[in-house]
Design a protein around this ligand. Sequence first.
Ligand code: CIZ
Length: 307
Amino acid sequence: MIAVNNKEKIEKILELKKQKNAAILAHNYQIPEIQELADYVADSLGLAKKAQEMESEIIVICGADFMAETAKALNLKKKILIPSLEANCPMARMLSVSDIKRAKQKNPNAKVILYVNSRIDARAHADACCTSANAIEIINAIDGDEILFGPDKNLGMYVKKHTDKKIIYLPENGYCYAHKQFTKEGILEVKAEHPNALILVHPECDMNIQEMSDYIGSTSQMLKYAKESNENEFIIGTEVGLLHQLEKQNPEKKFYPGCDDAVCIQQKKINLDNLLESLEKEQYEVKIDSEIAEKAGNAIRKMFELV
Ligand code: CIZ
């Protein structure tokens, strides 16, 4: 049931969206109200592709700041908005341009592959970007046997199991704090309550969590897996926001969070109020220095070329 004041906000948002020829793209970790209102809900790869295809003059990205920056780097002529400046990614801030330059000096032949969840100025120094949905393919496809990879070490270690290439982690121990919440004991407790449930986890989870799972994948891959599976119950090892799409797309199946605390606080900063304000005031517009936008855009486009 939609609360009355929410109903009014939603109506205003939809009206403004139409008036301004705007589109709303939301990440799988957004709160349900935002996911329900969006024109498109996906992982960061899906959002990046969609932003390129859309004709809308304004695109509001309800997701983390790096996703809005990706949309801007790929769509320099469009107005890209993010409703909250607090929707940033702490993991992205674990890797700086100087870290990359230092690592390149030590490993001059290595290719730099950065998870899109990194700062836009860092991505301007990458040979290619990747997401959790395509990291294995990108690393195997890029020309070069030594890879500087960052900032998520768990994703890097997951890829390492599927490649013969040498992976050097950048920084040494980058991580997503929401995915760090999962513990083996916690998941086993949920499993004890639901013994038939399959365990699906994200590659940003620690290796001991990956090792106890039935399936490892990005959010888009988990959605596909759950839909196609003959099983009916799943324990979910990623940010809790994904539960909304899983339940919506599979009303007959049951999904249990592997940990209730796996919450990306920053993504949850986006709500109906600041989305409405964002459309009203056309704030906060994503601006990127043109040289950085061009170089980071090349690394993102390279990802599309490679897979
Ligand atoms: O790439 C993304 O969108 C993130 C942050 C997670 C995922 O697996 O979709």
